[in-house]
Design a protein. Structure first.
Length: 273
């Protein structure tokens, strides 16, 4: 009998909730490539530092319903053939808070002029998010983007001025205007400009569909197309765009899913790549 050449996929963190980033690891020494799909999103595996473990950095969108999901994974073997490594992953209930906010009326009922800007912003973002690098650009664990108190604001269900309901898809840090904002990991700056809701915004592509977004900056210090290393200064925090006051809104997006930045910061990726 031959030894099993691959083990089941491991997920970190092990408890999966809506909004969890998940590091998926598979030991498969005889695999030439690994394909995967989860909740309608393509998983892109790469070989880890040890050369024998394959990884995908993925996650579950903040709005995903709880219940069982199928993590589809198949290994294409070096000697030909395919091994199915699919498994069921239970998505547990997340307990996010609710709250209400008051912002300038133009952000709740934008006039026709503003709607044009919002539409143009959306087209730009769609283009950027469709063109992620085809390999991981990050190295090691993600670092906090600012020295300021974090808030447990991710996933919060909110009303604006008692009307518009939305889900808070990032993490707010209570940063005073002028606090340096840094790259959470290495990557390429794919957007660095003012947007209507986001204010002065910097988006970094970390490859394979993973992005971090820093919003409401008072100043931008990087240019689109520029490569950045972990901790490079992106700009200064501020209160531009749809805000109630100065803070840094930091978001993590993977293949269109918004993930909890606090959980990404807790993931130990130092042995991965
Ligand atoms: Zn925010």
């Amino acid at each position: 009998m031959a030894h099993a050449q691959s083990a089941a996929a491991t997920l970190t963190p092990a408890v999966v909730v809506a909004g969890s980033p998940e590091l998926i690891g598979i030991e498969a020494t005889d695999a030439a490539a690994i394909d995967g799909e989860w909740l309608g999103r393509k998983l892109e595996f790469f070989r880890g530092r040890d050369g024998r473990t394959w990884f995908a950095l993925a996650g579950v969108d903040v709005e995903a319903p709880e219940g069982p999901s199928t993590l589809k994974i198949s290994a294409r073997l070096e000697q030909g053939g395919v091994r199915d490594l699919s498994r069921v992953v239970e998505i547990q209930a997340a307990h996010y808070r609710t709250g209400s906010l008051t912002v300038a009326p133009k952000f709740v009922e934008p006039d026709p002029e503003a709607l044009k800007l919002i539409e143009a912003d959306q087209q730009l973002k769609d283009k950027i998010f469709a063109a992620s690098a085809s390999e991981p650009l990050w190295t090691g664990s993600f670092r906090t983007p600012v020295v300021a108190p974090p808030t447990a604001s991710f996933g919060m269900r909110r009303t604006f001025n008692g009307k518009l309901a939305s889900i808070h898809k990032g993490m707010d840090f209570r940063a005073k205007t002028g606090t340096p904002v840094r790259a959470g990991n290495s990557g390429v700056v794919v957007l660095a400009r003012p947007l209507y809701y986001e204010g002065n915004c910097v988006v970094i592509d970390h490859g394979l569909g993973l992005y971090t977004l820093s919003m409401h900056l008072s100043r931008i210090d990087v240019k689109e197309g520029q490569s950045v290393a972990t901790n490079d200064q992106l700009g200064l925090s501020g209160a531009t765009g749809r805000v109630t006051g100065p803070h840094l809104h930091w978001a993590v997006r993977w293949q269109g899913a918004y993930l909890d930045p606090a959980k990404l910061l807790r993931l130990n990726l130092s042995e991965v790549r």
